[in-house]
Design a protein around this ligand. Structure first.
Ligand code: MG
Length: 255
């Protein structure tokens, strides 16, 4: 027996219409409205809420900045480390850097510098363009903890970028580690670490291990390793998790 055409089509129509009768899930959480931020005018340019650490004119945002040379819109490493005067925890950090065009030295002695998050966790800067060294010490490595997933280096003298997303470690009231730190790194726009779990401060001389507590915020340090690495366009944004309040639970929904 053949069903009338309308009878065969009806169930399909009901299925199609079903979403209209589905009840929408609503969490009930009252969220703060996300702040409006104007993105940078071009890739790498600072968004409107960024703290500018170096715009090519001076290193006033850094302790020790007077020890480095600033000219032609860039800063060149001098005989000391520099550290931001301001302290930061969770953050998005953009840094542009170039190792010397004229190659000198090899391994760790070729275009070495580094970005130390919280003054402790180094994302390595090195000329790793055809320059062999230990893998967890090459450009974009989390120093002595993890090599980058890939080597996205540009050549000596070329400008390169790091975009770093950092989650600071958390310590409990006793000073014990409650949650490790995490870092995500894009090297020249290429992801080289994805939410890598930091094993502790990076060290040249010792295995990584978290100390008993450290401040919730600390300066960003840029390393003097004796090589004339150049820097430009450095900016940072503090990262805050969206916060909402559940009306029944009366607690913050996210931290
Ligand atoms: Mg270094």
């Amino acid at each position: 027996m053949t069903l009338p055409r309308t009878a065969a089509v009806l169930p399909a129509l009901l299925l199609l219409a079903a979403p209209a009768f589905a009840q929408e899930y609503k969490s009930g959480i009252k969220w703060e409205e996300p702040k409006v931020v104007t993105p940078g005018s071009e890739p790498g340019a600072p968004p409107s809420d960024a703290t500018i650490l170096f715009d090519g004119t001076n290193l006033d945002a850094f302790e020790g900045g007077d020890k480095w040379t600033v000219e032609n819109g860039y800063a060149q490493v001098g005989p000391a480390n520099i550290k931001t005067k301001e302290s930061f925890g969770d953050c998005q950090l953009h840094v542009e850097w170039a190792t010397p065009e004229k190659v000198k030295g090899n391994g760790q002695g070729r275009g070495n510098s580094g970005i130390f998050l919280m003054d402790r966790y180094e994302v390595q800067i090195l000329d790793s363009f055809g320059n062999t060294t230990y893998f967890d010490g090459q450009a974009s490595a989390v120093y002595k903890q993890s090599p980058p997933q890939v080597n996205a280096s540009r050549g000596p003298g070329e400008w390169q970028s790091y975009d770093i997303l950092f989650t600071a470690p958390r310590f409990d009231e006793n000073g014990d580690l409650a949650r490790p730190g995490f870092v995500t790194v894009l090297h020249n726009g290429v992801a080289t670490h994805h939410h890598f779990e930091l094993q502790g401060p990076t060290s040249f001389t010792a295995p990584a291990a978290y100390p008993k507590n450290h401040p919730a915020k600390a300066p960003i340090r840029i390393q003097n390793h004796g090589n004339p690495v150049r820097f430009r366009n450095i900016w940072i944004r503090e990262l805050k998790t969206a916060v909402g309040v559940h009306p029944e639970k009366k607690v913050e929904a996210a931290k």
